[in-house]
Design a protein around this ligand. Sequence first.
Ligand SMILES: *Cc1c(COP(=O)(O)O)cnc(C)c1O
Length: 344
Amino acid sequence: MKKLEELVRPNIWSLSPYTSARDEYQGKDAKVFLDANENPYNDPVNRYPDPLQRELKQRISVIKGVPADSIFFGNGSDEAIDLMYRIFCRPGIDNAVAIEPTYGMYGVCADINDVEYRRVLMDENFQPDADKLLAAVDANTKLIFFCSPNNPSGNNIDRSVIDKVLDSFDGIVIVDEAYIDFAGVPSYLRQLESRPNLIVLQTFSKAWGMAGIRLGMAFAQPEIIGIMNKVKYPYNINMLTQQRAIEEVMQHDRVKNWVDSILKERTRLMDEFRKLNCTIKVYPSDANFFLARVKDATATYNYLVDCGIIVRNRSKIALCGNSLRVTIGTAPENNALLDALKKV
Ligand SMILES: *Cc1c(COP(=O)(O)O)cnc(C)c1O
């Protein structure tokens, strides 16, 4: 890996961050807070939240087995994705490489930040080739994005490919594990200590059932987390989100039960989906959704909309012609989908 100082944009490396009142005084013992121009009424939401979310980080640190100073929280993983570009990529000069097809936000954030985004097509089983990815790299490539399990294909990406890129690429490798709880394979969090160029993304939005509170996680060695903290908005995670996440994390054994039910339903729904008249192929899934090729994706999509059932039409995505992405719901929701499709 190149030195972090060579990878980070020079203006970011030399940035002196805004220091908030809550940064300057961090203790909890004081009784009178006259430092932040808050309104003294309307307790507790009158107070600014903890800018570094210390209590939540302590709890996530225990659950994930990662030190608190290796954790970043964002307003969804999407904030962390955007920060990757803002921290590492000089607009109009640097570029990022990613597997294709994959999660759309990597490309959108690249466009927003005026960063060239190089898509490296996977094979028909949605597996990338490490040599092709590395061949797309040049001296200005700062980031390589993996998503495993991948969205929209649903499969785990071959670990040997990710490992080879981690070994060979001298920039930052991002492994988005939004669906890792469904995947049945170990997380890349276990490689964090030995890999200074690795950033792992996870989220509260999928298995943890909290898409509505907007909370995403990034894990990396403390030097990178420190730079992310310096660039983010000072109070990027609001108080209500922090409180609710702490309450939910205290009962996080529920997540395992949800995942177990979703995995059972995944097997059942995919088996039934295979038997439908409209189905050509159901792709294997390691996530809480699956991709299916059907005879006419747009017709099936529109028919389902008329039935009040919404799936995702992925027909226009590379390698996904006539494909629908179906999220696993509750048993009654999945039955509603199957019943509707059995009628066509
Ligand atoms: C859903 C999803 C996310 C989660 O995004 P949030 O902003 O945390 O809700 C991240 N990556 C991928 C690949 C996803 O599909």
